[in-house]
Design a protein around this ligand. Structure first.
Ligand code: KG4
Ligand code: ZN
Length: 300
C-alpha cells in the first residue's frame, strides 16, 4: 500500500528514540493482532475465540489461540471490504453530500443506507459456489460502479453530483457486503465446530476493524451467532477503528506474558505486509462446508 511503509518508518523511528530515551522495553506489535485482542482489555475473554477482522486494509477470519498464536481460516483474495465501501462512496461523490462531509466512506454508506431500499438494486454475492472462508470484494465493487455509471447516464448527472438513488445503492451495497461477510463467518464457525477448535463453554466471535463499527453488519452477524450458539463481541466503535489504545493494550499483554520483548533493537524492521498466524485456508477449503439455509435479510 503506497504511503503505508513511510508511515511505519516514521512510527518506528519515533518509538525507537522514545524507548531509548526513557529506557523502556521495545515490543513490536502486529496491527491485526492488536485489532483482534483489543476486546480483552474490556472484559475477560479466554482463548481460543474466533475473530473476524474487517477494515480498510483487511478482511479475514482467524482463530485466536493465544496472544501470539493465530490460525488463519480465510482472507480477502483482492481488496478489503472497507476499501471497497470507501471506493463506492467516492464514486457516489458522497463527500459532496451535506450529511456525509466528515464521514469515512463506510460511515457514509451506513448513514445513507438507513434511508435506502436494499432491494432496489441486486448485486451478486461473491464466490457463492466456493465453499471456503475467503473473501472477495473487487467484483462486487466493479458491479456497483457499473450500476452507478448507468444511473449517472440515465439521470444526466455531472461529475461530483450525487445521484437521486444514492441511498438505495448504499443500502443494496451494504446488504451484499454484509451477507458475504456473514456467510463466510458462518462457514468459519461450522469449520471450527467440526474440528473442535472452539471451547464448549461460551464459544465467542469477536468482530473488529473499522467496518465492525457498522451496526447493520453487527446485526446480520448476530443472526449467524444466534443460529450457531456463539456469543458475539464487538468492541465499541472508537476501539474498532485504528487507535493507539489497541496497540498499547497489545504491548501490555505481551509484557505481562514476557512475549516478543526486544532487548536488541538495532536491526528491527517494519513489515508493511506481515501475514497473520498459520495459514490453514486450504484445509478450510478442502472441508468444503455447505451452509444450512439462514435468513440474513434485515431492514436497512
Ligand atoms: O481499522 P481501520 O480504522 O483502518 C484500517 O486498518 O484499515 O478501518 C478503516 C475502514 C475504512 O475503510 C472505513 O470506511 C471503514 O473502516 N469504516 C466503516 C464504518 N466506519 C469505518 N465501514 C462501514 N461502516 C462503518 N460505520
Ligand atoms: Zn486497522
Amino acid at each position: 500500500m503506497p504511503g503505508l511503509a513511510l508511515s511505519l518508518k516514521i512510527g518506528l523511528d519515533f518509538s525507537l528514540k522514545f524507548v531509548r530515551l526513557h529506557e523502556k522495553p521495545f515490543i513490536p506489535i502486529h496491527h491485526m493482532e492488536a485489532h483482534a485482542l483489543t476486546v480483552r482489555m474490556l472484559q475477560p475473554l479466554d482463548f481460543p475465540f474466533l475473530v473476524l477482522l474487517i477494515s480498510g486494509g483487511h478482511s479475514l477470519l482467524a482463530l485466536a489461540k493465544g496472544i501470539d498464536e493465530f490460525l488463519l481460516l480465510g482472507k480477502t483474495l483482492d481488496v478489503a471490504v472497507g476499501d471497497s465501501l470507501d471506493k463506492i462512496a467516492r464514486r457516489l461523490s458522497l463527500r459532496n453530500h451535506p450529511d456525509c462531509l466528515t464521514l469515512s466512506g463506510g460511515q457514509a454508506i451506513e448513514l445513507l443506507a438507513k434511508e435506502g431500499d436494499q432491494l432496489a438494486f441486486h448485486f451478486t454475492s461473491p464466490m457463492e459456489k466456493l465453499y471456503n472462508c475467503n473473501f472477495s470484494f473487487a467484483g462486487f465493487q466493479r458491479q456497483v460502479t457499473m450500476e452507478i455509471m448507468k444511473k449517472e447516464t440515465e439521470e444526466g448527472i455531472e461529475k461530483g453530483q450525487v445521484l437521486s438513488c444514492a441511498k438505495d445503492i448504499a443500502a443494496a451495497s451494504q446488504y451484499t457486503a454484509a451477507s458475504h461477510i456473514a456467510k463466510r463467518t458462518h462457514r468459519a464457525i461450522l469449520f471450527c465446530k467440526s474440528k473442535d477448535l472452539l471451547p464448549q463453554h461460551n464459544p465467542t466471535l469477536v468482530v473488529s476493524g473499522g467496518v465492525a463499527s457498522n451496526e447493520y453488519i453487527r446485526q446480520i452477524l448476530k443472526i449467524v451467532t444466534d443460529a450457531t450458539g456463539l456469543h458475539l463481541l464487538c468492541p465499541p466503535s472508537k476501539l474498532c477503528t485504528d487507535n493507539g489504545v489497541m496497540i498499547a493494550w497489545n504491548g501490555i499483554e505481551r509484557l505481562k506474558q514476557g512475549k516478543g520483548i526486544m532487548s536488541y533493537t538495532e536491526e528491527i524492521k517494519y513489515e508493511p505486509k506481515a501475514p497473520l498466524g498459520l495459514d490453514i485456508t486450504s484445509e478450510v477449503k478442502d472441508a468444503a462446508i455447505k451452509l444450512p439455509p439462514l435468513k440474513l435479510r434485515i431492514r436497512s
